[in-house]
Design a protein around this ligand. Structure first.
Ligand SMILES: *[C@@H]1O[C@H](CO)[C@@H](O)[C@H](O)[C@H]1NC(C)=O
Ligand SMILES: *[C@@H]1O[C@H](CO)[C@@H](O)[C@H](O)[C@H]1NC(C)=O
Ligand SMILES: *[C@@H]1O[C@H](CO)[C@@H](O)[C@H](O)[C@H]1NC(C)=O
Ligand SMILES: *[C@@H]1O[C@H](CO)[C@@H](O)[C@H](O)[C@H]1NC(C)=O
Ligand SMILES: *[C@@H]1O[C@H](CO)[C@@H](O)[C@H](O)[C@H]1NC(C)=O
Length: 499
């Protein structure tokens, strides 16, 4: 807090200086008479990242100081424009979550009616595309660009309309936006009558792994009218069509308990959706969408097997489990190998495992088939299929059309998994061995060549020396031509020669 305070002060001073021209331009506006502080940014504001700052450089804060807009540093060189919850240093909003700027003097944030983050190398990285007059953060954590309109002000843009991975309490989540986890793998969206969590194991293919349908206890859904969701200060995630009554109430553990701190909901990088409230200087979780760890979409990584209780193993029982998965994460499919349509069995080997189940099979499509063989061969012949799970009793065949992630261990051996494993690793190893062999051979050849050349030069020099000696004995040769001979031979040969 103390370091943040002093930085805020210095920012305030530099802002005062930078905003001087804006003062002169807009001096007739009454709200400017209170003076420019870091609670409000005006046209003309610019800022660049400070090289010594290691985590966060505040630029603007809300009236009670709990939220701050500033430059968030990621590692040594990456920068995001972020709103952080000051007491916990937790980012609650990022302007540019998919496209980092560089932490360098050339990156600049300015407000010219639009809030713009730009870099002379790449141009405008992010912009609000507005024509506003001031920028401020409300106590709710909502960053707004406003324009004066008679006696009041109109909101032209607000960060609440562009969430990243977090919803703060009272922030409307509409059908036009999605929450995306910080690793970019998971997203949350609204359907016509439900909230869905999706995973993108393969580019362009979203698999739903959690769905919460509106119960419509207090109000029914009217067809064709969009729904929106919101975290209520009373401890629930509500779905609405109108403000009159929610069509669904997903209650948290603190439902209708008086909580003084604020609430937030975040789509985490493990794919879970968790609710938190601020209490006693820390975030306490009071909600999670998925309670059973094995039901997370990728609890044990690629080709992992989740055991009841959350322990991880590998689908291939010869492979030792290590965090991050059992085989390297995959992408794509088997349809375009080496630029041509190709679904050959030489591109993969087959791993079978009985007693496995899909973590969210009730949300997956299936086809009824007569036998295990039929189920497997339908996957085998389809180059976009990575595997299948067959239920012996029901005859349901589930096709996995994305790289294999984690499956759930299921005692009953009547559920049989068939999985393709790409041969890339073996090929790479083989290629690696070939490369190493090649290098060794090359080095050997060079050494032998150098040896022969050196010896040859040595012999040649010796003979020359002998000839020279004989010549010197016979004729009185000038020193110069001998020096010329030395210059024309390599240094090594000369060294050899001297011995
Ligand atoms: C603000 O700057 C951006 C980027 O340079 C530019 O595209 C935009 O037109 C400017 N807006 C105004 C109102 O001057
Ligand atoms: C959320 O939506 C409701 C209904 O449209 C609206 O009254 C309210 O002002 C919105 N809240 C915010 C913070 O935008
Ligand atoms: C590993 O799996 C194979 C094939 O399912 C099975 O035959 C073998 O007994 C298993 N080995 C161990 C140690 O469980
Ligand atoms: C392969 O599987 C995909 C995904 O299920 C499906 O859309 C496609 O039609 C299948 N192709 C064939 C040839 O069956
Ligand atoms: C699967 O079904 C077949 C035929 O219905 C049966 O013979 C076989 O024992 C079953 N296998 C398992 C593991 O239940």
């Amino acid at each position: 807090m103390s370091t943040m305070g002093s930085t805020t002060e210095s920012t305030a001073r530099s802002l005062g200086f930078l905003l001087l021209p804006a003062f002169l331009l807009y001096v007739d506006h009454s709200w400017l008479s209170v003076g420019a502080t870091t609670q409000e940014l005006l046209i003309g504001f610019t800022a660049t990242p400070d090289p010594p700052v290691s985590s966060f450089q505040p630029l603007l804060h809300n009236p009670n100081g709990t939220f701050s807009l500033g430059f968030l540093r990621n590692g040594s060189s990456q920068l995001a424009l972020a709103i952080v919850h000051v007491p916990s240093s937790e980012p609650v909003w990022l302007a540019n979550p998919t496209r980092w700027a560089r932490w360098s003097k050339s990156t600049v944030l300015f407000f010219n009616g639009s809030l713009v983050l730009s870099d002379p190398h790449t141009g405008v990285l992010w912009s609000t595309h507005t024509d506003g007059e001031r920028l401020l953060i409300l106590n709710s954590g909502n960053l707004q660009i406003q324009k004066l309109d008679g006696s009041g002000s109109v909101v032209l843009w607000q960060s609440f309309d562009f969430p990243s991975d977090t919803l703060l309490e009272n922030q409307n989540f509409t059908m036009n936006v999605s929450l995306v986890s910080s690793n970019g793998l998971y997203s949350m969206r609204l359907g016509d009558d439900f909230i869905g969590l999706y995973v993108e194991f393969k580019a362009g293919l979203d698999q739903i792994y959690w769905r919460h349908r509106a119960l419509e206890a207090k109000a029914s859904i009217v067809d064709g009218r969009p729904i929106y969701a919101r975290v209520s200060p009373n401890g629930f995630l509500g779905m609405y069509q109108t403000e009159a009554a929610p069509v669904d109430v997903q209650s948290f553990n603190t439902f209708h308990r008086p909580i003084s701190g604020i609430r937030r909901l975040r789509l985490e990088s493990d794919g879970n959706l968790r609710g938190y409230y601020w209490y006693d200087s820390k975030w306490v979780s009071d909600f999670q969408a998925i309670d059973n760890e094995c039901e997370l979409p990728n609890a044990c990584g690629s080709y992992g097997l989740c055991l009841p209780g959350g322990d991880c193993r590998c689908l291939d029982n010869r492979t030792e489990y290590s965090s991050g998965g059992c085989f390297p994460p995959e992408s794509g499919d088997f349809c375009k190998v080496r630029g041509e349509d190709y679904a050959s069995a030489t591109e993969y080997w087959v791993l079978r495992r009985a007693g496995v189940e899909l973590p969210y099979k009730e949300l997956m499509g299936f086809e009824k088939m007569g036998s295990l063989e039929e189920c497997e061969s339908s996957c085998k012949s389809n180059c976009s299929c990575w595997g299948s799970v067959f239920h012996n009793v029901s005859g349901f065949c589930y096709a996995l059309n994305y790289p294999i992630s984690t499956l759930v261990s299921f005692g009953d051996a009547s559920k049989i998994g068939y999985f393709k494993v790409r041969r890339i690793e073996e090929e790479k190893t083989r290629r690696g061995v070939r490369l190493a062999d090649g290098i060794a051979l090359l080095i050997g050849t060079v050494l032998i060549f150098v040896g022969i050349a050196g010896f040859g030069t040595y012999m040649w020099m010796r003979r020359k020396e002998l000839e020279h000696d004989i010549f010197m004995e016979e004729q009185d040769l000038s020193h110069g031509s001998y020096r010329e001979l030395l210059r024309s031979s390599s240094f090594g040969a000369v060294e050899l020669c001297k011995r």
